[in-house]
Design a protein around this ligand. Structure first.
Ligand SMILES: C[C@@]1(CC(=O)O)c2cc3[nH]c(cc4nc(cc5[nH]c(cc(n2)[C@H]1CCC(=O)O)[C@@](C)(CC(=O)O)[C@@H]5CCC(=O)O)C(CC(=O)O)=C4CCC(=O)O)c(CCC(=O)O)c3CC(=O)O
Ligand SMILES: NC(=O)C1=CN([C@@H]2O[C@H](COP(=O)(O)OP(=O)(O)OC[C@H]3O[C@@H](n4cnc5c(N)ncnc54)[C@H](O)[C@@H]3O)[C@@H](O)[C@H]2O)C=CC1
Length: 213
């Protein structure tokens, strides 16, 4: 088992290729759309949701079998068909072009696997088991989903505004770090929950100063 190294890829507007149109392809596509990727799905058949996304113009769909040229310009490739030998072939093709590839039926054969994810605006909670148990990853993500509610989207947005202000206002690195740590104390988080939405970064910084005393 290869132990995963987590990263947050910036896929906004990047072309991603999903080969296959079943429930696995659909789940991978949903995650890519959440990240703002430009998704092309190639498959002779599409699931209901993939068809809807295609009709709505949210993805490009090619209703045919995969061809080598499909990989042109792709930043990531997902081999998600029910044909293991085709998935393997796609993986080899992607590798030879230096494009990271995910292989649905054999995690170890790919360059990366996809964790179970909970999104709360900019907050992204991801759980991976390095292939040992995807169902376990989904279960733990379900627990996180219940623990960290929708309110965290706003909380993280507020922290982003405040961090921007602290970076502008405080030049000294050690002092800056101390403010940024104070900004996520339990006391401060409770304050942001009540005043976050209406305040600008500067107003939030004043409140943090008052809190710190
Ligand atoms: C290696 C990896 C590669 C990758 O796909 O990236 C991979 C591989 C395989 N999955 C298989 C089976 C299942 N996968 C799921 C579900 C998910 N699988 C996901 C990720 C990953 N799956 C990567 C590892 C991530 C990690 O280890 O943490 C999740 C987390 C994310 C996502 O897919 O978006 C998503 C849950 C999302 C959510 O619900 O939140 C379920 C449960 C279900 O369907 O309800 C089952 C049935 C139960 C079971 O088998 O455990 C099989 C056997 C196929 C067969 O039997 O033919 C393989 C092939 C192999 O074993 O290598
Ligand atoms: N990684 C994961 O999370 C999981 C992986 N799997 C594995 O992934 C595979 C796919 O699972 P599902 O989506 O449930 O299967 P599915 O049977 O719903 O979908 C397979 C898709 O592949 C397409 N396909 C077949 N030949 C093709 C070709 N030549 N070119 C392009 N597309 C082609 C089909 O049209 C279909 O849309 C399974 O065989 C299984 O081994 C299964 C469950 C979870």
């Amino acid at each position: 088992m290869s132990l995963g190294y987590p990263v947050m890829l910036h896929l906004e507007g990047r072309r991603c290729l999903v080969v296959g149109g079943g429930k696995v392809a659909e789940r991978k596509t949903a995650g890519l759309l959440d990240a703002g990727a430009d998704v092309t799905v190639v498959s002779p058949r599409l699931s209901g949701r993939l068809s809807e996304w295609s009709a709505a113009g949210r993805i490009r769909a090619e209703l045919r079998g995969a061809e080598p040229g499909d990989l042109d310009g792709a930043a990531l490739v997902f081999a998600a068909t029910d044909r293991p030998e085709l998935n393997r072939q796609l993986a080899a093709e992607a590798r030879s072009r230096g494009i990271p590839v995910n292989v649905a039926d054999d995690g170890e054969a790919g360059d990366f696997s996809v964790p179970a994810v909970v999104r709360r605006g900019g907050l992204v909670l991801a759980v991976g088991t390095s292939g040992a148990g995807p169902a376990m990853a989904a279960k733990l993500a379900g627990e996180l989903e219940r623990r960290y509610g929708e309110e965290y989207a706003e909380l993280v947005e507020t922290l982003g505004k405040l961090r921007g202000e602290i970076k502008r206002a405080v030049a000294d690195p050690a002092e800056r770090r101390s403010w940024l740590q104070a900004a996520v104390s339990d006391e401060a988080l409770a304050l942001w929950r009540t005043v976050g939405r209406q305040e600008e970064g500067s107003g939030l910084f004043v409140r943090l100063r008052n809190l710190k005393g």
